[in-house]
Write a protein that binds this ligand. Structure first.
Ligand SMILES: Cc1ncc(C[n+]2csc(CCOP(=O)(O)OP(=O)(O)O)c2C)c(N)n1
Ligand code: SF4
Length: 537
C-alpha cells in the first residue's frame, strides 16, 4: 500500500497497472492524454513491459484493445469524448462480441468545452451499447474503479466504460493504492466464435447481452460506489452522479446534508435505490455533469414525477457544474454568483512565436489573394488557431479528418481551388481515407499537410506519420510531381507562395508539405535522434 498524489487521469492509470493491465491503447486528446503518458513513464509498467505506444487513432486503439482482451489479457483503451465517435463502430460492436480478458474503455468528457468541439456525454454511448459505466466522484474512486473495473468486465464478459470529466482528470488528490495484481495468462475465449459477428452469432450474442443487463443492474444495486444516504428533510431528494456528488458535498463541509441522497457512480442505474428516493421524497433534483441523461430517464415523456435538474432550468442546461451552481440549485444560498472581474482578461490560445504553421499561413494567405478567400478547410491541431487574428486563414474545423473530405465536397460543388490544411498526426488519424476519395475522383484540391513531426496540440506525443507522408500520398495515388515539400521559414516565403499557386492551378489532387519541427519538441532527444536517422534534420 502506497500513498500517492495523483491527477484523476493518473489515478486511473495507476489503478489499471495495479489491477493487472497488460496493455494500454490510446490516441492523445485532452483531458485523457495523461492516462497513457503516466503508463509510459511508470516503473512497474516498464518492468512488466506493458504495451503503451500511441495508436494512429481511437478506432485502431479500440480494436487493438479488443484483440488483447480476446487473447485473455487485461487492457484499457483511452480517449477523449469525441474520440469515442471515431471508435464508435468498434465500441458498439464490442458489447456484442463481449470481452475475454478485462477490457476498460476510459473516456474523458469535457463539459464546458475547455478544449473540445462539443460537450457530448459518453454515458449516452454506453447506454446505447448496453455497456456498464463507472463514473468516479473523486481521485480515489478513479483509482479503485480502474482496479475493480477489470473484475467487473471479466465477471460479465463485457467491456466496461470509465467516464470522467475534465475537472477530475486534471485535479490532484491523495490516493491509497492496493496490492499489485498478477497479469492474466494468455487465454483464448472458451467459445472461439464469440468474436465472429456473423449475423447468426451476433443475434445470439445480442440476446446474451440483453440478458446480462439484469445482472449488471443487480451489480449496480450492490456496488460500493452507489449509495443511499439517509436525510431528515424529505422535502427534497438528490441524485448526484459522479463528480457532481463531490460538488454537492463541498456545500456541506461542516454539516450533514439534510436531504436523502442517491450517489450514482455505477451504471446501469440502481433502480431500487432511485425508486426509494422518489417514493420517500416530495421532489427529486438530479445533479449530473454533462447531459441530463438520468433526469431525462426519470422524467420520461409524461413528466409526471417532480424531477428537476438541467431540463427545467434548475441547473444550467449546458456547461460544467461546480459547487456554487449546485448550492444555488438546492436553494442553499441566493446571492448571484459573482461575474469574473474585468481584471481577469481572457487569454485566447495562440500559436507559439516561431511556429512553422505561421509561415505556412502567411504564404497561403498571399497565394489565395488571386483566388479569393473563404476556401480553406482546416482540421484540428495547433494550426486551427490560424482561424484567429491576425491570420484569419481558415474557414472550417469540424472533426479530425474533415479538412480533406470537406475540401473535396466543396470542389465537387464547384469551389475551385479548394484548400485543405491538416497536420501530420491528424493525417494518419483519419485524413488518409479522405485523400483516397479525392484521388479516386481526381478532385481539384490542394492539401497542405503541415508536418511538424509531432502531435503538437496535445503536448508533443509521437506522430504515426513520422517519415512516411510522401510514401503514403504516393501509395494512395497522388502524382509524385504534385507532392511538394517546402520549409516554412520567412526566407522561403516567395518560393512557398509560388508553389502554392502552381498547385492551386492544377486540376487534380496535389499535396504540399510545409515541413519544420515543432519548436516545443526541440529538446526531445529521442525525436531528434529519429529525425537524424530519417534524414529529416
Ligand atoms: C477525435 C479526436 N481525437 C483527439 C483529439 C485531440 N486532438 C486535437 S488536435 C490533435 C492532433 C494534432 O496533431 P497534428 O494534426 O499533427 O497538428 P499539430 O497540433 O501538431 O499542429 C489531437 C490529438 C480531437 N480533437 N479529436
Ligand atoms: S506547440 Fe508546436 S505546433 Fe503547436 S503552436 Fe507551438 S510550435 Fe506550433
Amino acid at each position: 500500500m502506497q500513498k500517492l498524489l495523483l491527477l484523476g487521469a493518473e489515478a486511473i492509470a495507476q489503478g489499471a497497472i495495479d489491477g493487472g493491465m497488460s496493455g494500454i491503447y490510446a490516441y492523445p486528446g485532452t483531458p485523457s492524454t495523461e492516462i497513457t503518458e503516466y503508463v509510459q513513464h511508470n516503473k512497474t509498467a516498464a518492468e512488466r513491459e506493458i504495451h503503451s505506444q500511441w495508436s494512429a487513432n481511437e478506432k485502431t486503439a479500440m480494436e487493438s484493445a479488443l484483440g488483447m482482451s480476446y487473447a485473455g489479457k487485461r487492457t484499457m483503451v483511452c480517449m477523449k469524448h469525441v474520440g469515442l465517435n471515431v471508435a464508435a463502430d468498434a465500441f458498439v460492436n464490442s458489447a456484442i462480441t463481449g470481452a475475454n480478458g478485462g477490457l476498460l474503455v476510459t473516456v474523458a468528457d469535457d463539459p464546458s468545452m475547455h478544449s473540445s468541439q462539443n460537450e457530448q456525454d459518453s454515458r449516452f454511448y454506453a447506454k446505447f451499447s448496453f455497456i456498464p459505466v463507472l463514473e468516479p466522484s473523486n481521485q480515489q474512486e478513479a483509482y479503485d474503479m480502474a482496479y475493480y473495473g477489470f473484475k467487473l468486465s471479466e465477471a460479465f464478459k463485457i467491456p466496461v466504460m470509465i467516464r470522467l470529466t475534465t475537472r477530475l482528470a486534471h485535479s490532484r488528490a491523495g490516493i491509497v493504492t492496493r496490492d499489485l495484481t498478477n497479469e492474466n495468462e494468455l487465454k483464448l475465449p472458451e467459445n472461439l466464435r464469440q468474436f465472429v459477428l456473423l449475423p447468426s452469432i451476433a443475434r445470439s450474442n445480442y440476446k446474451d447481452l440483453l440478458e446480462k443487463q439484469v445482472g449488471l443492474e443487480a451489480a449496480s444495486e450492490e456496488s460500493e460506489y452507489n449509495k443511499y444516504f439517509e436525510g431528515k428533510d424529505k422535502s427534497k431528494g438528490i441524485i448526484a452522479c459522479g463528480l457532481a456528488y463531490n460538488y454537492l458535498m463541498e456545500n456541506f463541509q461542516n454539516e450533514e446534508c439534510p436531504y436523502p441522497i442517491v450517489k450514482v457512480s455505477q451504471y446501469p442505474l440502481p433502480r431500487k435505490m432511485i425508486t426509494r428516493l422518489v417514493e420517500e421524497t416530495n421532489e427529486v433534483i438530479v445533479l449530473e455533469d454533462g447531459y441530463p441523461i438520468v433526469e431525462e430517464l426519470l422524467k420520461g415523456y409524461l413528466e409526471k414525477e417532480a424531477v428537476s435538474g438541467r431540463l427545467d432550468g434548475t441547473l444550467p442546461r449546458d456547461g460544467e457544474l461546480n459547487p456554487e451552481i449546485v448550492g444555488k440549485a438546492l436553494g442553499l444560498f441566493n446571492e448571484e454568483i459573482p461575474e469574473i472581474s474585468n481584471l481577469v482578461t481572457n487569454r485566447p490560445p495562440a500559436m507559439c512565436v516561431g511556429c512553422g504553421h505561421i509561415d505556412a499561413y502567411n504564404a497561403l494567405n498571399e497565394a489565395l489573394e488571386i483566388f479569393g478567400r473563404g476556401r480553406v478547410f482546416s482540421d484540428i491541431g495547433c494550426y486551427t488557431l490560424g482561424a484567429l487574428e491576425p491570420y484569419n486563414a481558415i474557414n472550417t474545423c469540424v472533426d479530425m479528418g474533415a479538412s480533406i473530405t470537406m475540401a473535396k465536397g466543396a470542389a465537387d460543388a464547384g469551389l475551385v481551388p479548394a484548400v485543405s490544411v491538416i497536420g501530420d498526426s491528424t493525417f494518419t488519424h483519419s485524413g488518409m481515407t479522405g485523400l483516397i476519395d479525392a484521388v479516386n475522383e481526381n478532385s481539384p484540391i490542394t492539401v497542405l499537410i503541415s508536418d511538424n513531426f509531432t502531435t503538437g496540440m496535445t503536448g508533443g506525443q509521437d506522430s504515426a506519420a513520422l517519415g512516411k507522408i510522401e510514401d503514403i500520398c504516393e501509395g494512395i495515388g497522388v502524382h509524385p510531381d504534385h507532392i511538394r515539400v517546402v520549409t516554412p521559414l520567412k526566407k522561403n516565403h516567395e518560393e512557398m507562395v509560388e508553389i502554392m499557386r502552381e498547385e492551386m492551378e492544377y486540376k487534380g489532387v496535389s499535396v504540399i508539405i510545409p515541413r519544420r519541427q515543432c519548436i516545443q519538441t526541440a529538446r526531445n532527444k529521442d525525436l531528434v535522434q529519429k529525425l537524424k536517422e530519417l534524414n529529416l534534420r
